[in-house]
Structure formats: structure tokens, C-alpha cells
Design a protein around this ligand. Sequence first.
Ligand code: DGL
Length: 365
Amino acid sequence: MFNRLRVSCALAAVVLTGAAAPAVAQPALPRVHMVATGGTISNRDGGRLSAEDLATSMPGLERAATLTYEQFLNVASSQITLEQWLQLARRVNELFAKDQGLAGIVVTSGTDTLEETAFFLHLTVRDPRPVVVVGSMRNPSTLGYEGAANLLEGVRVAAEPTARGKGVLVVLNDEVNSARDVTKTDALRLQTFRSPTHGVLGIVDRDRVTLFRDLLQRHTAKSEFDVTRLTALPRVEVVMVYQGATADVIKAIVDLGAKGIVMAGAGAGATSGDQNAGLDYAAEKGVFIVTATRTGAGRIAPNRGGQGGPGGPNGPATVTPAQQRRRAFSVSSEDHIPVKARILLMLALATTSNRDEIQRIFSEY
Ligand code: DGL
């Protein structure tokens, strides 16, 4: 399960025995560990590539890092369960805790829900060393497979001292994006991973990795989320807003035992008229409602109601007791997209049921 690639040692031996000049001690290569979870990067026709296949697929690796690896899963990203997320976060924390000399960790993933896995790790890995999530858009049986190239770039970023303290990073297509900001924007194109509001964090060129900025929101080493003993995450569902959307779907989610609902609101957080009745029902049952936007970008201010809701910009002037209750269970997603707001709400609800605390969490992460 845990293997070390000897490529770099073999090369060093060749250099030492073949050289006429006196041997000069070379600085040790940074050590990077790869945790493979599957996805298109491994999805070869006739059988998936193993972690070992991936680790031996990168010409030039011997100049970048000494790589160890393990097979954690080998599935499509959308098949990873919440329990497996918790196990993965624990495994990454354990790898760092046990090996202080490890430079960084690369996690391979399918791209469909890669941004969710990356953001979950961004909140639950509690170490400043880089964790880099890597995938590919073309599978290994396809002409133009870019998995090995993305993986090598991911290893280089994981080995990069300036990547320390920047949280979990997503590397594909020569670009580094923050797990907090990145989203898959196209079903097929190679340039699919984008950070719509905040932009790319860095680039990977042949000569070096260049990172352009820091992240001011809390993450990794500064995160308060400790999943060491967490066995399950509270149920949180995402509900899309569209014209004619009904309250009964929201009521059903509440009756199924959800602890939170993220509304993928229209524009700055508007809901359909009928959905408001469902949200009043949710608040009555003590279910938290986080308002996000379905537009893909933009910040929802913490106005305790969302646009159109009580206290919101287009909300009613007088507030009834039901609306007051709704307000007491309403939180703004700030600039988190709905699927990421869901992850943050699950982790928040695992530690608190205080509305102001939950809003603080959304404002700080
Ligand atoms: N698109 C891939 C993913 O996100 C699915 C391919 C596969 O590994 O089966 O995981």
C-alpha cells in the first residue's frame, strides 16, 4: 500500500559512477506522497491505472521529487462517499503527522466533483504543507491524455516551498487554483477549472512554479474543523431556485431529517414565492438555511433573510414571528458556491447549532 519510487536513487548512482570530476553531494530531493483515488486520470479502457502505474508514468519525475504512493480508492469522483472523505482527511493528516520531512501530498481525483473533495480537504487538513489535488480531462486511452503531465505538475507544486500555507491547491492544465475558489466550468474542455471571482493562484511553467498571491480566509493549519473522531457528517441538501419551484421539495427534505439546506438562489439569493413557505417550515423545525447564488459567482451579504426573505433587500417591512424564526435560522454563504456552502455547513453543524457561530464560520473561511 505504501511504495517508494527508486527512480531518483538509480539516477544519482549513474551520475556518481559515470562522472570524471569529484562527486559533489547533491541536495536531497523533496519527498512527496501521492494518494490515488481514481477518476479519469486512471480510467483506462480495459482496466484502471493503479497508483503505481501513475507514479511510473512521469518522465522527469527524478528531477522533481522522490515520490511515494498509495492506492486509497479507484473510483469516479462522484462515487466517493462522505465517510470516505472523512477517512481521506484523516489519512492526509496522519501522513503529515508521522512524517515531518514530507514536503507535500498529491491527491489524484476524478474531475467531476474534484472541487468538492479539494475544498473538504482545504477545511479539514490541519497542516501548512501543500496538498495538491490533480486530475485529467482525457483518459489514458485517449490521444492527448494529459494526466501524467498534470500529475508531474502537481508533484512539483507539492514540492514547492512557496506553496506552503496556501491551503489545498488544484493543479490541471498548467494552472494552480485554490480549492476554495475553483470550480469546473466546462464538461469537456481542458481549461475547465476556473476561479471565477478571484482568479488563478499560480502557474506551472517548465522552469518553475509561480504563485501570485496569498489566501486571507482561514484554511488547513488555521482551520477549526477537527475530523479526527467524526464518524458522520450532518445531512445538508442543496435546493435549486427556479421559477415555479415548490415548497414541498423543501418540506420533504426537512422531513427526511436534514439539518441544513443550501438554497442555490436566483441572482443575489431570491427564492420562488412558494419556496418561502418551505423555508418557513424548515426554520420552524430548526433546520438552518444558507443562501447562496446559482449564478456561479458573487457574494451574498449576511442580511439574515436573503433577497426576498425577511430582512432581505426586497423583504417585507414588518416582520412576523414566523419570519423572525426564519431569520434566526438563516445564514449567508458569503461568496461560496452552493456545493461548497454545503460542505462548510456540514462541518459547521458538526460543531455548533448557533446561528451567529455558523455565520461567523461562513465569513471567516
Ligand atoms: N469524470 C470522472 C470523474 O470525475 C469519471 C470517470 C471515471 O473515473 O469513471 O471521476
